[in-house]
Structures are given as C-alpha cells and as structure tokens.
Write a protein that binds this ligand. Structure first.
Ligand SMILES: [Zn+2]
Ligand SMILES: [Zn+2]
Length: 241
C-alpha cells in the first residue's frame, strides 16, 4: 500500500537510462531489458560453456573432458557484456540490491525454458567469509539465490555451506591458481550432512569464471552424498557467437 503511494508520487526511474515510461513493477524499462542478451544453445552439457554450431548439439567442452567436475551441470543466464556487465557491477559493488528481483525474474524464465531445477529439493548460495562480508556488507550470491528460490517456491538455505578461509580475490588468478586457492576454503556446517543426503541441489551464484568455486562447493555436497548438483549463475564471460 505504502509502496504504491510512493510509486504514484515518485514513479521509479529505469536504473539504466533514467526514463520514467514503460516501467511497471520492474527497475529496468522494456527498451533496456531488450538489450540484455540471454545465452543461446549449444552449451557444453556439463559446464554450460558456449559451443559453436547447431543449437541441438550435445557435447562437452575441452576443459570438462580433462577436469574433475563434481557438479552435474551448470548454466549461465546472460553473456557478461554490455549493460549487463555494468548492472552486475552495480549489484555487487554498489549494493544496488533492487536489481535482485529483476535478475531473479529473468533467471527463473531461463531456468524454466531450459528444464533446469525440475526436481530440486533446495537452493544454496556461495557463502562469503565473515571478514569479507563485514567489509562488503552484502553477499550478492545469497541475495540472488534467495530471490530465485522464492520465485521457484523452493527451500533456500544460506547456512549449510561456510567459507572457512578468507582466500585472495580470484579475479587476477590463473585457472590452476584458482583451484589451488580454493582448496579447503569451504566446509559444510556441523550436523548438516544429513540435510543434503540424497538431495537434488541447485547452487546459485552471480558469475561463472572457471567454475572452480562452484565445483569446490559441489565437491563437499557430493562427499555428503548429495544426489545431484546443478548450478545456475547470472552471467558468464565466455565467447559470444
Ligand atoms: Zn531504460
Ligand atoms: Zn564444459
């Protein structure tokens, strides 16, 4: 009620172009929404990497043929470029959390279009170390995963996994350094192993770079006898066809 009065007095502005028109319950206008490019198949059947060729191809990428993967399959909703890149930056670093609902809505459309999370029991996010969370104030993965779980009417748990080691930022590390950097940096909280046993789990995160973070979390879940681990990230910066 209060929010609808506020909207009437101060209609929201599109977060990208600042226009007031075409906005309904969204924070982006339809013109700007159209500029966000959802990823199109073919994808690697394991990690979701963009593959060239016919959209109906079912194949793995070269990395997935040599890496040990613990998650069963991963998808990313958007190509990490253009205005999406700016929006993700604002969401993560400028705490523009009003974007979470918009991102979640678009991610849920993608999830349904691609038959993801069909028999999922619970949604998890990637935890942040308490020191980093104190500094950054928000965990984008938690906000996004919670919003997606709510729209999918699934249970969300932000407490099963814990970041135990405050690892160096991953962005400047090579693929092998990232894997080394993450070893032993997450754990399952005490008495939570039974919660994941035989469960189908969806992990949600903001970005997929090498996949080493989600793979490390999936490894812990599989060690605790999780049945199936799917991953959905908002964006991935691989090659665009
Ligand atoms: Zn706009
Ligand atoms: Zn792959």
């Amino acid at each position: 009620m209060i929010s609808s009065i506020v909207n009437l007095l101060y209609p929201p502005l599109c977060l990208v172009c600042g226009r007031r028109d075409e906005l309904r319950d969204q924070v982006l206008c339809t013109t700007c929404l159209r500029k966000l490019k959802k990823r199109l198949p073919p994808f690697c059947v394991r990690c979701g990497r963009q593959l060239p060729g016919d959209p109906r191809i079912k194949a793995s990428c070269d990395d997935c043929k040599k890496d040990t993967l613990y998650f069963d399959r991963a998808f990313s909703v958007f190509y990490y470029n253009g205005i999406l890149k700016d929006l993700v930056h604002n969401f993560k670093y400028k705490k523009m959390t009003s974007l979470a609902q918009e991102f979640a809505r678009l991610a849920v459309d993608f999830i349904k279009d691609h038959g993801i999370a069909k028999n999922t029991d619970m949604v998890l996010s990637i935890p942040m170390h308490s020191k980093r969370l104190f500094k950054r104030e928000i965990n984008p993965s938690h906000i996004l995963a919670k919003a997606i779980a709510k729209k999918l009417r699934l249970d969300y748990s932000g407490r099963l996994l814990k970041k135990t080691k405050n690892t160096a930022a991953q962005s400047r590390l090579s693929r092998s350094e990232r894997i080394e950097n993450l070893k032993g940096s997450f754990s399952l909280r005490k008495n939570t192993r039974a919660c994941v046993k035989n469960k189908k789990i969806l992990i949600v995160d903001d970005l997929f770079t090498t996949g080493s973070t989600v793979n490390e979390c999936a490894r812990l879940l599989k060690e605790a006898n999780a049945d199936y681990v799917e991953v959905v990230t908002l964006a991935r910066g691989d090659r665009v066809r």
